[in-house]
Design a binder for this molecule. Structure first.
Ligand code: ATR
Length: 277
């Protein structure tokens, strides 16, 4: 009998996912007899799909929009940080059939910065995070876990920033985008977690010249790879890290859990995915 280890990414829609390319490249590179396929699962079909995982058809997989919250109720155990983030994006089937859910987005955020701006957290006094939507949550948890002493959360709708800060809990200060000027001077890190930067959108009133010259600017948007925010930061001579690395690095822990090998995010893999953007 052949035991091919099968993994998946489920979402609805799912056809634009780059995850099969990423995991497929690692499977080939390591000569693993496995597969990773994108499967479209509509919300009402989620419980039945999770049952297929429980029965042993798959070793695990990724979960994306719109299932990241709904999947909690179907897991047998959930990592505490995933619960704090409010989303699970990775499932692992344990040998007894129990399903464990965790979230690798925060590891992806940290892995990307560690690889592309080594030492970024050393001596970092303040981080400014723009946005308070779903994508901000994993990043706030990541910065908190990293021990950043002051995390300023700024959002177009400041009430949402305040609510998120309270819910997650940490050394957070919440405010509106207009408060940026008050916090920029002491910020060693600026992170955009909003969708601004896609489709030629940009922050109008954000003066990057107020940041210290040593500041690092990073964006979770990766289409386009160089967002207006990153282009402006580079023009000022600031360090930048783009968002594609977060996508690549968030895939690492899942692959390691399913296939038993910790894969590398190499320039060749990055180039392969970049070619599809
Ligand atoms: P997701 O869950 O995918 O992150 P979301 O919950 O809609 O999406 O969050 C999007 C984030 O981008 C929010 O912080 C949103 O600000 P509001 O909370 O004020 O809506 C922010 N955002 C989206 N479009 C924006 C715009 N044109 N200007 C400023 N912020 C914007």
């Amino acid at each position: 009998m052949i035991h091919v280890k099968k993994a998946f990414v489920i979402g609805h829609p799912i056809k634009h996912s780059r995850s099969p390319l990423i995991h497929g490249s690692w499977l080939a590179e390591h000569g693993i007899d496995g597969s990773y396929e994108a499967i479209d699962v509509a919300p009402d079909a989620l419980p039945a799909f999770i049952e297929r995982l429980r029965q042993g058809e798959f070793v695990g997989g990724n979960v994306t929009i719109p299932h990241k919250e709904a999947v909690f109720a179907l897991c047998d155990s959930v990592d505490p940080l995933a619960r704090t983030i409010g989303a699970a994006n990775t499932l692992v089937r344990q040998p007894d059939g129990r399903i464990h859910g965790f979230n690798t987005d925060y590891m992806g955020f940290l892995g990307n910065l560690d690889q592309n701006a080594p030492g970024w957290a050393a001596g970092l006094g303040r981080a400014v995070v723009l946005g308070a939507g779903g994508a901000a949550r994993a990043i706030l948890v990541a910065l908190r876990e990293q021990g950043v002493p002051e995390i300023v959360l700024l959002n177009r709708t400041p009430e949402k920033a305040a609510a998120l800060a309270r819910e997650i809990g940490g050394p957070f200060i919440a405010g509106s985008l207009a408060d940026y000027a008050s916090y920029a001077a002491g910020a060693g890190l600026l992170v955009n977690t909003t969708s601004i930067g896609m489709h030629d959108t940009r922050f109008e009133a954000l003066d990057l010249g107020l940041l210290p010259g040593t500041a690092l600017v990073t964006d979770i948007v990766y289409v386009p790879l160089t967002t207006p925010l990153l282009a402006d930061a580079r023009a000022l001579g600031l360090r930048t890290v783009d968002g594609l690395g977060m996508l690549l690095h968030q895939a690492v822990p899942g692959f390691a859990a399913w296939f038993g090998v910790r894969p590398e995010v190499t320039p060749a893999l990055r180039a392969k995915v970049e070619a599809t953007l």
